[in-house]
Design a protein around this ligand. Sequence first.
Ligand code: YH5
Length: 279
Amino acid sequence: MILQLPNRTLDLGQPLVMGVLNVTPDSFSDGGRHAGVEAAVQRARAMLAEGAAIIDVGGESTRPGAAPVGVQEELERVAPVVERIRRELDCVVSVDTMKPPVMDAACAAGAELINDVYALREPGAIEVARRHRAAVCLMHMLGQPRDMQQDPQYRDVVGEVSGFLVQRAQACEAGGIAADGILLDPGIGFGKTDAHNLRLLARLDVLASLGKPVLIGVSRKSMFGRLLGLPLEERLHPGLATAAVAVWLGAGIVRTHDVAATVAAVKMTQKIIEARQYQ
Ligand code: YH5
């Protein structure tokens, strides 16, 4: 499978790793904005050296209870980092945002993929993606970041999440986004109990059979804390096991904070997948 970007295609014949680059003030702003950009570019360079193919630049936290960020503030954090990475490094840059003006500024600065946990439901979002011919990652979220973990319920989580993503993909295609420029993501942890997350992971093959590449993000998520009793600093190992299973079931891109380890896990899984074809 491939992913159509504005002026090239991304080959998903091997699973790829997307490295998370947070450009929130708590992560990179010690010493002012310029130093913040410099540190963010250094971090991107390190993740690429570890084997990431995509750098996901985000300026707003979607964690439950996180303070909302103004549009102008988010845009001024994200766009300069996107521009510097695209000028200095050889990689695909995605922008992790729900806000059309941030998508617009990031794409103008060189982002080729819009990673939207709100699946382009915000008015104007599809039009921005179409205008830039950007690829899009459509993620499922039940509710809004602030209330999504308050008693989420499904009758059939796999069917409902798949149905939502198919609908959003149709809306994007009707709005002029290329059918082969769309990624689907079940949104692990976004309006789901641990049972829902486990079920979505166990049946990721259902999502992968919809004809579009699948992106999965599990890195360091609180599901591991609850299921295994592990603090943030000890969630690497379950994240790797889960990434391997996701790739086995058809995920084409794994989003992670821990690039080197995830690249090894994903490459090993791919070797096992390839060995299935011969006696
Ligand atoms: C995702 O799955 N996730 S931001 C809480 C954590 C650790 C990590 C408390 N953006 C996804 O990474 N985009 C985020 O521990 C995403 N898919 C896509 N496409 C949440 C996150 C995190 C939250």
